[in-house]
Ligand binder design. Sequence first.
Ligand code: AMP
Length: 218
Amino acid sequence: MIPGARLVLLGRQGSGKGTQCVRLSRHFVVPHISTGDMLRAAVREGTELGKMAKAIIDAGGLVGDDIMVGLVSERLTEDDARVRGYILDGFPRTVSQAESLDKATASRPLDLAIDLVVPEEVVLERISSRRVCAKCGAIYSVAAPPSTEWVCDKCGGEVQQRADDTPESIAKRLAAYTLETQPTIDFYSASGLLVGVDGLGTPDEIFARLLGAIDAQL
Ligand code: AMP
């Protein structure tokens, strides 16, 4: 039987994290916990969190650490994550979030933090052609659309450009990545938990590299 895993996947917006997290989640039979997906679901459902987060997300800013830490800590107490582990996508994004995650997982620490490395010029190109299902979050692109005119192959939802994939918001998010998330990568490097994986290539090639890196650690 495949063992569970407790993983963090770091990487720039558009590095292919989301796609690879779905695959890793199936492989290790652990929940894929994407804070971006959680926030977008809250926006769709019109919850208090969603109302507060919408303007921040659309402008490419970061939602406050306390809110994000609360959201993730609560999710990690659910049975699936407690029993098998998890793969975190989009969290932690700041050193403060990483420190809080360390505390919240002290009894069962992370196995590995992976930095999926893709140069900025490549992610810019990928984000502008990215399209996502508004209902289930499945990821497509202009070059690889769903089989029927922007109707999601998986759930029949509408496939569209993300509201925050505008040039202004993308620029702001990439700047926030350098400012806030690069130090988070350094934090994991200093604690000996970080491995860098080349994010260029086909999805199959990248997945094989990720599995190699994780298997070497587990
Ligand atoms: P993502 O889908 O990971 O690119 O997240 C979309 C947006 O949600 C980000 O641009 C932020 O506005 C917000 N967000 C997601 N995760 C976090 C986080 N860990 N901390 C702060 N804001 C977040």
